[in-house]
Design a protein around this ligand. Sequence first.
Ligand code: ZN
Length: 113
Amino acid sequence: MHELALIQEVCALAQHAAREQGASSIHRLELRIGSLGGVDPEALRQAFAVVSASDPWRHTELALEVVPTRCFCADCRQAFSPVDVIHACPRCGQLASQVIAGRELELVALEVS
Ligand SMILES: [Zn+2]
């Protein structure tokens, strides 16, 4: 289950950031995950439930934002959201060579005190 490893990594990062700010508790952790990143939001929540069984995560709220996939067609010079795993441009049918969003996993916000 790579979601557990992922969330542990994110938590370690967040904890480090909180410590740098001189904070002792983390109230909220906000993550952005791309729908193409291979991360299952539900599995991520379950992994966080494991992590948050102990301090300093007991009272931390986890917020997940799933970013839809966006592709770019070089021929039509337009961005589009593919309807399935085949990233075909809705206008010309060409397969997009570029995925401009949907692969990220980012820590977007952290609320500490
Ligand atoms: Zn196109």
